[in-house]
Write a protein that binds this ligand. Structure first.
Ligand code: 4NP
Length: 162
């Protein structure tokens, strides 16, 4: 089926810290640039540990400080069928990327990439903040704000569907 939108899926392990934060940041940026009708955003986890749960309260609090609302988000697990729908599937770390490669169909024609591929300011993995303190969540937000901006620039310059 031909979609008339560009679709983006952010993926971490639990879908309660990093990827819902990326989801909230990216959809706000999309809205701010007037592109909400053309770009659809979602997030998922490679693991099923937290399916159905809202984002971690520390992620929600840190996001709220910067004006992002994560309240409506609920965790789900990434599935092979996601590659049939999402043009961009973006992993937060190498473990997530390996998990996604494991379920990615060989004929996937979209972009399976690491989050930091879209920023020059950070390299490597978006670190898992789950077992640390609030400063880890703030650092993750810094990285995600930078990378989400770069990803949206990339999508806009390669032509948003519509
Ligand atoms: P996330 O963080 O992958 O950024 O959502 C984690 C959340 C939960 C767990 C690990 C990482 N956990 O082990 O339950």
């Amino acid at each position: 089926m031909q979609k008339n939108k560009t679709t983006v899926l952010f993926v971490c392990l639990g879908n309660i810290c990093r990827s819902p934060t990326a989801h909230g940041v990216f959809r706000q940026l999309v809205e701010d640039r007037g592109l909400s009708a053309l770009i659809e955003t979602d997030s998922a986890g490679t693991g099923a540990y937290h399916v159905g749960e809202p984002p971690d309260r520390r992620a929600t609090a840190e996001a709220a400080k910067r004006g992002y609302d994560l309240a409506d988000l609920r965790a789900r697990q990434a599935v092979a069928a996601d590659f049939g729908y999402y043009d961009y599937v973006i992993a937060m770390d190498e473990q997530n990327l390996a998990g996604l490669r494991g379920i990615c169909p060989s004929d996937y024609s979209g972009c399976l990439a690491m989050m930091t591929d879209f920023t020059d300011s950070y390299k490597g993995e978006v670190p898992d903040p789950y077992f640390g303190g609030a400063e880890g969540f703030a650092y993750v937000l810094d990285m995600l704000e930078s990378a989400c901006g770069g990803l949206l620039d990339r999508i806009e310059s390669s032509g948003v569907k519509g």
